[in-house]
Write a protein that binds this ligand. Sequence first.
Ligand code: SF4
Length: 234
Amino acid sequence: MPRRDPLGPSETPRGRADPEFPVGWAELEREIAECRRCPLHRSRTHVVTYRGSPRPAVLFVGEAPGAVEDRLGVPFAGRSGKRLDRAIDEIGLGPSEYGILNLIKCRPPGNRFPIPSERACRPFLDRQIALLGPRGIVTLGARALAALDPGAPAVLTAAGTLRSVGGRPLFPLLHPAAPLHAPRWRERWARDLEALRRALPKMLRPRRGPAPRRARSDHRAVPARNGVASPGAL
Ligand code: SF4
């Protein structure tokens, strides 16, 4: 029986006032919500920041919100998200062990992926990763892989193989939309997922370094710039 993710698409996104989230997280979410750094702020309904555990061991990083995500303000809330949730359940990760976010936080109209927006939004991603401090990262699709592991080969070569970036395990997968739209990718998706399941013990080994500080209350959280690593911390 699949576990239901209590932070899943039907729930309100958490983090804004959750004391379990790291110091600086609430401030970062406020900054993203008010961001106008690129033209995507004009067409968005909601910013789409994060869903999942305040202490994710594994962070799944996608590309950009789609229409459903824009409407709900929750990452991977549509069909691809359901496929992803099923995959996460299949590899044995529980709700407290993972989180999901995207490279950019506002929906590109028509789902076109604007490179300048990726650059403008990147500091938010780096700060999210630095604050959450996952042990391992799973990239979903070509753009997420290229952004977080620029030295990686093309996604069709890299997917399904454990890599390391800055000492942190990184496991590329195809985007979960791939097996939905093209049946020929279903077998590949299943194979890569099984490889990820086998790689998880290695990915989840504790890393050296201090654990992220946790906020005791939203109001007492210190500004994000006091508690985060610089862009490119990966
Ligand atoms: S996509 Fe990122 S940089 Fe652009 S407006 Fe949204 S939050 Fe700001």
